[in-house]
Write a new protein. Structure first.
Lengths: 186, 437
């Protein structure tokens, strides 16, 4: 299988690199003879050497079945709406409170149910910050559900930051859908 | 301020007459002087006896590509070379320096390779053609598969000889990519010259935020492969792994202490992320910085005494600097409504970060006291994010993103020269430059 092979190859290359770093350190036996004594020359050379072209960047052809860079989106469908958030915010808005009310009613009627709340962000900004922001969004929803009487033991959170967009688009319409808490019954 | 350049900037002042006394360091090229002339250098065909004759041109090709990448040198084309280098030149016969000078070379590189079984012996020499003096001579041994690494090492020596700063050839960049139909993101490593691209993880979950240990042997990263995020350390040579942070919710490693003892990370608990550090051996964990807001992305100063990190305690994410173990923090990002992902320079004098400016994200640097902020990378049609310093401090690698297109780029600190390192690999990000080799 391709992935396994390339992984093994990577390990092989890394092992070799490690070996050469050990091997070479001991073998640099030719001493520099002139480095201390050579004074730079004042002469000016006027000929114009030919510049070599810069090396081409690595370009790896994407697999034929996918356009480059288009995120493939996939998530577990939920019977509950997502709770949406404003940019860089984690307060549960009025519309989100309505959704949380529906979720809380369900969980109170099904005391054996376990609910995971996924926190998500839009694509803008740094991945690490968004990872923490998604956690804060999921926790804000969890805290609100607890305030509605849902036992905390029925709830858990996980943040996917900006890694799992619902809508792969790049406009406010897509971003608004992606800033969300998503409910998954475990 | 330093106007240094990159593995990609030039032209440079040839400071040939500035250091006439051997008591001074032998600096031929002033990397801090913009607008000067480059060093004309000739890389002669390598003597091969016995061994694979393709090495005769193969070794000069690798070396020449490296030297071109620095933009510190102009190569005298091989078609202009008049003297054939032979084995005799390695046992006392002098080169014909007037001939090399005549074709414009101020420095000449010659090499001699012999093979015994699967072992190569590579002797490389660097001459000052204007003075006829030997500047540098090294002998390396290894297998044919190690040849690129050997030549990169000599290229670093050449750069050091002329600039006083060791080159970065043979260093690597770790990053994340979501390629093709993959649902997750995997870690990849690529050479700083764009060669030797390879996949590090292959578990189809999210593998994020790679960070190098100071010895370059380990990558810390966050993986979702068990369904919930943990921080792992992975040995890049052997693939061996161990889990180092399971505690808390979301988590992202930021950087190691210079001695490699501590790994610093942002870790969420009850929805609130703070900065922690964990002992790489033993796993003891302690809180380093906390607040009402989200604290993430710690980057260590080179002396290990301070961290730069992100906090949104003031209402929007901004960069703060804090002395470890000392109360109090100083905000150093000013003006931007959104500033994240700090990366402390190897010399300690600058911190690179991502700033939001006019609706776009740009890469900027600032002094650790918050003064002297300046833009490095921006694009009218896309975002520039996630900078990471090269080990020589002369360049940054960052992510360029425009809708569905993304690429890793390398730019000089003054922003004047840049090149694309990786493109066409899908959604790429979180580049981290390895330590020097």
């Amino acid at each position: 299988m391709k992935g396994t092979r390339s992984w093994k190859w990577a390990v092989l290359v890394l092992s070799i690199a490690a070996l050469v770093s050990v091997g070479c350190a001991k073998k640099q036996t030719v001493k520099s003879e002139g480095a201390q004594g050579a004074a730079p020359a004042p002469g000016v050379v006027t000929e114009a050497p030919v510049k070599a072209p810069p090396p081409a960047p690595v370009t790896v052809a994407p697999p034929p079945e996918a356009a480059p860079g288009v995120a493939v989106t996939e998530e577990k469908l939920s019977q509950f709406d997502d709770v949406r958030f404003d940019f860089d915010k984690s307060e549960v808005r009025g519309d989100g409170r309505k959704t949380c009310g529906v979720v809380a009613d369900y969980l109170k009627k099904h005391p054996q149910a376990k609910m995971q709340i996924e926190g998500h962000c839009d694509e803008r900004g740094t991945a690490e910050y968004n990872m923490a922001l998604g956690e804060r969004r999921a926790t804000a929803v969890m805290t609100y559900l607890v305030s509605l009487g849902v036992p905390k033991a029925a709830l858990s959170t996980v943040s996917f930051g900006k890694e799992k967009p619902l809508d792969p688009g790049h406009d406010e319409g897509a971003w608004a859908k992606n800033r969300r808490a998503h409910f998954v019954l475990k | 301020m330093k106007r240094s350049i990159v593995a990609a900037a030039g032209p440079f002042l040839l400071a040939l007459s500035l250091f006439p006394s051997p008591a001074f360091p032998l600096l031929y090229i002033d990397i801090n002087a913009p607008g000067g002339k480059r060093m004309p250098i000739a890389v002669a065909d390598v003597v091969v006896d016995p061994g694979d004759p393709s090495l005769s041109r193969g070794i000069p090709k690798i070396l020449s590509d490296d030297l071109v990448l620095t933009e510190l040198f102009d190569l005298v084309p091989p078609t202009a070379h008049m003297e054939s280098v032979t084995a005799a030149h390695f046992s006392g016969k002098p080169l014909s320096f007037p001939g090399w000078k005549m074709i414009g070379a101020e420095a000449v590189v010659i090499g001699n390779v012999s093979a015994r079984g699967d072992r190569l012996s590579v002797e490389m020499r660097l001459y000052d053609a204007t003075q006829g003096t030997l500047l540098l001579a090294k002998r390396y041994t290894g297998t044919p598969a190690q040849l690129r690494s050997i030549v990169h090492r000599f290229a670093n020596e050449i750069v050091y000889t002329f600039t006083g700063v060791r080159g970065v050839f043979g260093t690597e960049i770790a990053f994340t990519a979501r390629s093709g139909k993959s649902k997750g993101k995997e870690l990849y490593i690529v050479g700083m010259d764009g060669q030797d691209l390879r996949k590090v993880t292959d578990n189809r979950s999210f593998n994020l935020f790679p960070r190098w240990s100071p010895d370059g042997q380990w990558l810390a990263y966050t993986s979702f492969r068990t369904g919930t995020p943990s921080v792992y350390l992975r040995n890049v040579s052997t693939g061996a792994e161990k889990e180092v942070i399971r505690f808390g919710g979301s988590k992202a490693p930021g950087g190691f202490s210079p001695d490699g003892v501590w790994l610093y990370a942002g870790v969420s608990q009850a929805g609130n992320s703070d900065i922690y550090r964990v002992r790489v051996v033993g796993g003891a964990m302690e809180k380093v910085a906390e607040g009402w807001g989200l604290e993430v992305s710690p980057s260590l100063s080179p002396d290990g005494k301070r961290i730069a990190f992100v906090s949104d305690r003031g209402g929007s994410p901004q960069i703060y600097v804090k002395a470890i173990g000392v109360a109090g923090e100083t905000r150093i990002s000013n003006g931007a409504g959104y500033a994240t992902s700090p990366s402390w320079s190897p010399a300690g004098d600058r911190i690179a970060y991502t700033a939001r400016s006019g609706g776009r994200f740009i890469v900027a640097t600032v002094a650790p006291d918050g003064t002297g902020s300046r833009e490095v990378a921006s694009a009218a049609d896309g975002d520039c994010e996630d900078p990471s310093f090269s080990p020589d401090g002369r360049s940054l690698v960052y992510t360029y993103r425009k809708r569905d297109y993304s690429a890793l780029k390398i730019i000089s600190l003054d922003g004047r020269r840049q090149r694309t390192l990786v493109s066409g690999l899908g959604d790429v990000g979180s580049p981290a430059w390895s330590p020097g080799r």
